[in-house]
Design a binder for this molecule. Structure first.
Ligand code: NAD
Ligand code: GLY
Length: 364
């Protein structure tokens, strides 16, 4: 099946299916070049580089591979530079095509490298985690982390194509599957309550990796993301709703140290916090928050926030949340649920946010 991102001359398809990695048709029509560079990591490369390389033989004279160290803690300048090292060492020209083979970390870094190498070379996303297939490989956000803030350095740069081979999800660790489910769940409260109801019904099938359930989750997620990105590529407004749960979540990730909680785990818990804020703002009722929290827990995700500071936990969250791309003149902006299935962006008084953090975090 196919979903299309409609962005005029930057439009591209997302291919979703089983066995796509090995199929020649997955790569038909992509830019031809003398060289290609597959960017992967030390975990994913041993599993899937060979099959991707074989499938690409017909398209490129030389196919190079660079294996990055694995993990969110390596989403930084030092690791990004390994991609530039590989490109320059092989004298790759400006037609070289980059392939991002891995999860969101590899995808975000490869995209950023593609955006900046020789001021821009084409790249293809080949996402191998659920999170990357339903979210990060789509829409052209690329970035690395800074110790003071997540995804703070990057560029908008669209891939030529996204190839989601559902078979790659078979080797994904359980915890990573749950992390991906957080981003699938996200699309429910912000845009599609039917999806939320389907997730409540089919969560077990998803966690058992039933192919038809995974296919539906990836397709519907990509459709919603395509609808949002098609209207607001550079996040002038609407696209911010895709960050539901992320303001609190990014504080958790940065506050604990990148990689301690997975991105999806932090987003899952962050959605409970953002829904609670929505409830305190009088936008949704407690039953809605409870329903969402139960669904997130059923995906195997944490729903109670960690303590980030023994003396002033809420203060530490607030401090971290001020370093957020949505912040304006130091004021934190939160994605809230305006009504079930519809999201918006608002500020909130610090005192209220403190109450929410106190209500949602573990006590020591
Ligand atoms: P990840 O890239 O760290 O991958 C998770 C783990 O699974 C890693 O250890 C990886 O090596 C391993 N893995 C990947 N595919 C595998 C497979 N098929 N089998 C076995 N192991 C496999 O994490 P992620 O959850 O994919 O992505 C999180 C990142 O995505 C974060 O950095 C986040 O900021 C970013 N993100 C970006 C966007 C965007 O729009 N660009 C959206 C959401 C998240
Ligand atoms: N994951 C948020 C976005 O793509 O905008």
């Amino acid at each position: 099946m196919q979903v299309r991102i409609e962005l005029a001359e930057r439009s591209y398809p997302i291919f979703i299916g089983s066995g796509l990695l090995a199929q020649a048709g997955s790569y038909a029509g992509l830019p031809r070049a003398a060289q290609a560079l597959i960017v992967s990591n030390t975990t994913v490369a041993p599993l899937y580089v060979k099959v991707l390389k074989n499938a690409l033989q017909a398209h490129y004279g030389q196919i190079h591979v660079v294996e990055l160290p694995d993990g969110e803690s390596h989403k930084d300048w030092l690791t990004l530079n390994l991609i530039f090292d590989a490109l320059l060492a092989q004298a790759c020209d400006r037609k070289t095509v980059l392939y991002a083979l891995g999860g969101g970390v590899v995808g975000d870094m490869t995209g950023f490298a593609a955006a900046s190498y020789m001021r821009g070379v084409p790249f293809v996303q080949v996402p191998t985690t659920l999170l990357a297939q339903v979210d990060s490989s789509v829409g052209g956000k690329t970035a690395i982390n800074h110790p003071l803030g997540k995804n703070m350095i990057g560029a908008f740069y669209q891939p030529q194509r996204v190839i989601c081979d559902l078979d790659t999800l078979k080797t994904l660790p359980e915890r990573e599957l749950s992390a991906g489910l957080a981003e699938v769940i996200k699309y429910g409260p912000i845009a599609d309550m039917e999806l939320l109801a389907w997730l409540e019904k089919d969560m077990e099938a998803l966690r058992a990796r039933e192919p038809s359930a995974l296919a539906h989750a990836v397709q519907r997620s990509c459709e919603i993301k395509a609808w949002v990105v098609g209207q607001d590529e550079r996040e002038a407004g609407l696209r911010a709703i895709l960050n539901f749960g992320h303001t609190f979540g990014h504080a958790i990730e940065a506050g604990l140290g990148y990689g301690v909680w997975l991105h999806g785990e932090a987003v899952g818990c962050g959605m409970v916090m953002a829904a609670t804020l929505s409830e305190r703002l009088g936008l949704v009722d407690q039953a809605f928050v409870q329903r969402l929290s139960q669904l997130i827990a059923s995906a195997g995700l944490p729903v109670t926030g960690p303590q980030l500071d023994a003396n002033d936990n809420a203060g530490r969250y607030l401090e971290l949340m001020r370093v957020d791309k949505k912040a304006e003149s130091g004021e934190i902006r939160f994605v809230v649920i305006e009504a079930p299935g519809r999201a918006g962006v608002r500020g909130a008084p610090d005192a209220l946010v403190r109450e929410v953090i106190d209500a949602c975090c573990l006590r020591q």
